[in-house]
Design a protein around this ligand. Structure first.
Ligand code: GLV
Length: 375
């Protein structure tokens, strides 16, 4: 019940235990084709440019930046936590020109950007791309894309819209095509409830054309999307070409995770996650605890950040949960370090029974510390 890995779905673990097959065998290629169908549903896209990268969400972030942008190109980064920081770090390494937006004067995060602020920044800076994080797991903030408004503004300004959906995809509404998203990536170990090591990725036709029009070689062999696309057969009927050894067992698991998503249905999943978060926050309020993200419109339901009140010891509570309940929750990360507890409600872990357990662990843990809500 931390920010991930969430509890793996038993079907994923069983699938992962199947014997290995060759990474270009018919069995593997069929699994990959089925995974592409599952990803199209998950991302809500008809794009053929979908795949799993053999890596984590960081791989997805790096793949987007290194493929879609060339040295010296400007990228506006909406930074409201650690993932924007990392994107800015990668942009510097790639010798791009990052323009970093911040949500406020302090660097604590705990908020997201009004869509109009992002639209104004795109108009002002005229970047080649805008980078945003839907679910900022370090601060628990949820960035809206304003339906299709942000995507449309990016298209009008000639910018690509790159979106990090690592800690959110499957748990909150996300419609890649309808919202005009050009590139997005996620992680396998969050709402999908698979093992870490596979990053779902999706590109729009516009993003693909930009890659085709590059004048310089893609700086990373490992994340060269045209090469990876030949392995995943993005062009119908084209020969499958070896690029790297796909993470066979992890792909087997992910195929199963995507089947589980299809069986429940995205709308039911979105509702299950928001209902669980509502139950969590009702219980936390009764204990006298408050959200780190003050404005409810910016609150993420998949990773919930709870402000550590004066006089409470966050680390002792994390230890109490583990020792007394075998329950993993986390402290803060990056800008929220020492300021919050983070409770993940993701995929297979996201049940009413687990929320009740978390609330019980908080109640007894705070009691054990002698912390009580000020009257
Ligand atoms: C990792 O994704 C984290 O938020 O801790």
């Amino acid at each position: 019940m931390g920010p991930g890995p969430s509890v793996a779905h038993p079907r994923a673990l069983r699938a992962q235990a199947a014997p290995l097959v060759g990474h270009l065998s018919n069995v593997m290629l069929q699994q990959m084709d089925e995974i592409k169908q599952g990803l199209q549903y998950l991302f809500q896209t008809a794009s053929p440019y979908v795949c799993l990268l053999s890596g984590t969400g960081h791989g997805g972030m790096e793949a987007c930046l290194v493929n879609l942008l060339e040295r010296g190109e400007r990228v506006v980064i909406a930074q409201n936590g650690i993932w924007g920081e990392r994107a800015a770090d990668m942009a510097e390494r790639l010798q791009l020109e990052p323009v970093v937006l911040r949500t406020g004067k302090d660097d604590e995060g705990g908020s997201a950007f009004p869509v109009d602020t992002l639209i104004a920044a795109v108009r002002q800076h005229k970047p080649s791309a805008l980078f945003v994080v839907v679910g900022e797991s370090s601060t628990g903030a949820h960035q809206s894309l304003g339906g299709g408004r942000l995507g449309q503004a990016c298209r009008d300004a000639g910018a690509l819209l790159i979106v990090d959906t690592v800690a959110s995809l499957g748990g909150v509404p996300f419609l890649a095509d309808a919202w005009g998203v050009d590139a997005c990536y996620s992680g396998s170990q969050k709402v999908l409830s698979g093992p870490p090591g596979a990053a779902p990725l999706c590109l729009s036709e516009r993003a693909w054309s930009k890659i085709q029009a590059r004048t310089t070689k893609i700086a990373s062999f490992n994340w060269d999307l045209p090469m990876i696309g030949r392995y995943w057969q993005w062009q119908p009927g084209a020969p499958r070409v070896y690029h790297h050894t796909g993470a066979v067992s992890t792909y087997f698991a992910l195929r199963e995770c995507l089947a589980v998503v299809g069986e429940e249905g995205l709308e039911a999943m979105w509702k299950r996650h928001s209902d669980a978060a509502a139950m969590l926050w009702r219980g936390l309020a009764e204990l006298g605890l408050e959200p780190y993200v003050a404005d409810p419109q910016y609150r993420l339901v998949t990773v919930n950040t709870i402000r550590v009140p004066d006089g409470a010891d966050w680390a002792a509570l994390v230890g109490h949960c583990l020792k007394e309940y075998d329950l993993e929750i986390a402290g803060g990360l990056g800008p929220s370090a020492g300021r919050v507890w983070r409770v993940g409600l993701m995929g297979y872990s996201c049940t009413r029974a687990n929320v009740a357990l978390v609330l019980e662990a908080f109640r007894t843990g705070l009691e054990a510390q002698g912390w009580t809500k000020k009257k």
